[in-house]
Design a protein around this ligand. Structure first.
Ligand code: 5RP
Length: 260
């Protein structure tokens, strides 16, 4: 039965397909979390199956690990892998410097650890996530459950002194209960509107007792692959300063998307 994908899903798939071409035989690869990263895991598993690539993969969440294992990828922990060649992940926002907001899926702590333990981080996205100034997407901050209300008060106080437009920190919920991350922590989503100085904000947030990690990724991402619904992809590499344009051909859509 043909599967109808939205243009956004086709865009995510196109970006994912282009990004997995960067993976070479023998690599240790970090696998991101979220719907775009899930396309990447599928596309990578396809290459492993078709080309016999020998890869070692480190997931950034329990759910990505489960998906990778299900599709036949060799999944190990970061401790086992040591250092990675490449991490491919999605994002919630990115700007011209490839500073990111991540954590919409609640996995930014593991994502940041895995990305910074990699030679290279490549972000895959559709075009809607590019912004001039970060902050429209609420900034996730992971806090330990003990005294999270006190951490929230301190965060709201410090936001008054930052170059941002909003100061409210909302506890992320999962139905009636607070959302719990893979590390057993909670998440505060900061409605900031605009982040004038991401570096200053990131440093300040991580000083607050109880804060484990915030969702700003600064000087971590090396390249972005932007996908479009018609199969076009644009790859911007910040290190080399190059921009490449290509087109992914959706050859056999029924086949590609059959396991959805
Ligand atoms: C998870 C993340 C995701 O990469 C981000 O939320 C993007 O998700 P999606 O690809 O589903 O739009 O940071 O913590």
């Amino acid at each position: 039965m043909p599967v109808q994908l939205t243009p956004i899903d086709r865009a995510k798939y196109a970006a994912a397909r282009r990004a997995v071409d960067l993976v070479e035989d023998g690599m240790k690869v970090g696998l991101g979390t979220g719907s775009t990263a899930a396309w990447m895991v599928r596309a990578l598993a396809e290459r492993v199956r078709d080309e016999g690539l020998r890869l070692t993969c480190v997931p950034t969440s329990v759910r990505t690990g489960d998906l990778g294992r299900e599709l036949g990828l060799k999944i190990v922990s970061l401790e086992e892998a040591g250092w990675l060649d490449l991490t491919i992940d999605g994002t919630d926002e990115f700007d011209a410097d490839l500073t990111l907001i991540k954590g919409g899926g609640g996995a930014h702590l593991m994502e940041k650890i895995v990305a910074t333990a990699s030679d290279r981080m490549v972000v895959i996205t559709d075009a809607s996530k590019e912004v001039k100034t970060l902050g429209h997407f609420p900034l996730p901050v992971e806090v330990i459950p003990f005294g999270w209300q006190a951490s929230r008060m301190l965060i709201e106080e410090l936001l008054n002194a930052m170059d941002v437009m909003g100061t409210s920190a909302r506890l992320r919920m999962n139905g009636e209960r607070p959302f719990v991350t893979d590390q057993g922590n909670h998440i505060l989503d900061l409605a900031l509107g605009r982040i004038g100085n991401p570096r200053q904000l990131s440093l300040a947030l991580n000083q607050v007792p109880g804060v484990v990690e915030n969702g700003l990724f600064i000087d971590i991402c090396d390249a972005v692959v932007i996908g479009y619904g018609d199969g076009r992809v644009e790859m911007r590499d910040i290190a080399s300063g190059t921009v490449e344009h290509e087109r992914i051909v959706f050859e056999e859509p029924d086949n590609i998307f059959k396991d959805l």
